[in-house]
Design a protein around this ligand. Structure first.
Ligand SMILES: O=C(O)C1=C[C@@H](OP(=O)(O)O)[C@@H](O)[C@H](O)C1
Ligand SMILES: C=C(OP(=O)(O)O)C(=O)O
Length: 456
């Protein structure tokens, strides 16, 4: 329980080998993509096992503000009905404001939808959200013909006003008030700060009269699996979407199907629990691990193996990870899966040798500057860490208890919890920030630590 006076959650120390089954909630990335596509679909969608967390709530509220009807069914499934406007085309409502909170998926995926809205849409978010990179989206929307009012910093807040008609109003390409404000066609985007810039443009593309070809022009592209995920969910919904060449995608115009869709568990959020088996020793099982997936969290199977875990994907789909309590350092390029960096960094902090995590310069623009945060917090705990141009180097140190700052970052909070398994007296400031993607984290973590048998 968090101490109400200090706001610090005492991270439970593992005194026994774990033996836990942890059912993790639905994927944030899949839930928020399916919600966007359901809002643009030509019939209602039932979303089974969606994530319920701050990020999905912000997406639901954003889409409701644009006129989409979203009803929560008993048991938590969601029924999404796109607005049905005159002329048969489903066009979104404008004249509204969207709170993006700190959700990258909301601040990147929703602004392009303003191309389909019948009035201006204003976007803002948490104080830190105003520091996260948005320039790629703002520039691309302008190049496609939308007017975006901002203060020139390339961040929130800003207003998307439909076509750049000089009057700040919405000019419809079909002249009848029923179509999008832009035609699509092709656009270049520098997505080196976030793969979400590419995903955002691809998600709206089927509803643009000319579809959209997107070309990445920066020198590096993080989180490629998340772009593959976007292409895959578009295709699942009947859209002709494909990668033409590395860094070059095309989505054809056409209807987006509704129907029923089930959300996979969030494999990145499974990460801290599976990592716990390596730190505490014992076994953690995560059921319903997909046989094939575009989630970068699937890379944990290889990473946890490299760091000393025994990893087995069982016949019934359960992922089983067994550890000894001894963690091995690694040298890893996490370009594909930067989202896993705080979890891997926690393992590296308690490892018996040095680690280097690279390919993750863009983490400076995540919920917090994660490279700076990791170095500060590892050092606070007595570990040894240094920032690299594109990552962090971590080495064994004399670890001791301390209160780990979470910086409104769910993954910094879970970082503290993982280290706390092995070190007495670790606290996590504002553990409730895990509600961004996993509101039940503290209770699930406590139950996992209490599982299993006393170490011999
Ligand atoms: O598209 C997505 O759902 C995500 C893409 C990645 O963003 P970046 O490419 O900005 O790292 C990832 O880190 C984030 O957690 C989710
Ligand atoms: C970077 C992350 O989130 P966001 O979707 O807000 O970018 C994350 O969850 O690690």
């Amino acid at each position: 329980m968090t101490d109400p006076r200090s706001g610090v959650w005492p991270a439970p120390r593992a005194h026994r080998q774990l033996d836990a089954v942890v059912a993790v909630p639905g994927s944030k990335s899949l839930t928020n993509r399916y919600l966007v596509l359901a809002a643009l679909a030509d019939s209602p969608t039932t979303l089974r096992s969606p994530l319920h967390s701050r990020d999905s709530f912000l997406m639901i509220e954003a889409l409701r503000a644009l006129g989409v009807t979203i009803v929560e069914l008993p048991g938590g499934d969601l029924e999404i009905t796109p607005p049905s406007r005159p002329g048969g085309a489903s066009v979104l409502e404008g004249e509204t404001k969207v709170d993006c909170g700190l959700a990258g998926t909301v601040m990147r995926f929703v602004p392009p939808l303003a191309a389909l809205a019948d009035g201006p849409v204003t976007f803002d978010g948490d104080p830190r959200a105003r520091e996260r990179p948005m320039g790629g989206i703002i520039d691309a929307l302008r190049r496609l013909g939308l007017a975006v009012d901002d203060d020139g910093r390339g961040t929130l807040p800003f207003t998307v006003r439909g076509a750049a008609d000089g009057a700040g109003g919405v000019t419809r390409t079909d002249g009848a008030g029923g179509g999008p404000a832009i035609r699509g066609g092709s656009v270049e985007v520098d997505a080196s700060a976030s793969s979400q810039f590419v995903s955002a443009l691809l998600l709206v593309a089927p509803r643009l009269p000319d579809g959209l070809e997107v070309r990445h022009v920066g020198d590096r592209l993080p989180s490629q699996p998340h772009i593959d995920m976007t292409i895959t969910v578009l295709r699942e919904r009947g859209v002709d979407a494909r990668e033409l060449a590395p860094g070059h995608w095309r989505v054809a115009p056409g209807p987006i199907a509704g129907g029923e869709v089930r959300v996979e568990p969030d494999l990145s959020n499974a990460g801290p629990f599976l990592a716990a088996a390596l730190v505490a020793g014992g076994t953690v099982r995560v059921p319903h691990w997909p046989a094939t997936t575009t989630q970068p969290g699937d890379d944990l199977r290889e990473i946890l193996g490299l760091m000393g875990g025994e990893v087995d994907h069982e016949a019934d789909g359960t992922l089983r990870v067994t550890g000894t309590g001894v963690v091995t350092g690694v040298d890893l390029d996490l370009t594909r899966a930067g989202e896993l960096a705080p979890t891997v960094a926690a393992l590296a902090t308690v490892a018996d040798g040095p680690s280097r995590l690279t390919g993750i310069a863009h983490l400076r623009g995540h919920e917090t500057d994660r490279l700076a945060a990791l170095v500060t917090e590892i050092t606070r705990l007595g570990g040894v860490a240094a920032e690299l141009p594109d990552g962090v180097a971590i080495a064994p140190g004399a670890l001791h208890g301390a209160d780990v700052e979470s910086y409104h970052d769910h993954r910094m909070a879970t970082f503290g919890a993982i280290v706390g398994l092995a070190v007495d007296g670790v606290g996590v400031v504002d553990v409730a920030t895990t509600a961004k993607t996993m509101p039940d984290f503290p209770a699930m973590w406590t139950a996992m630590v209490a599982s299993g048998a006393e170490a011999p």
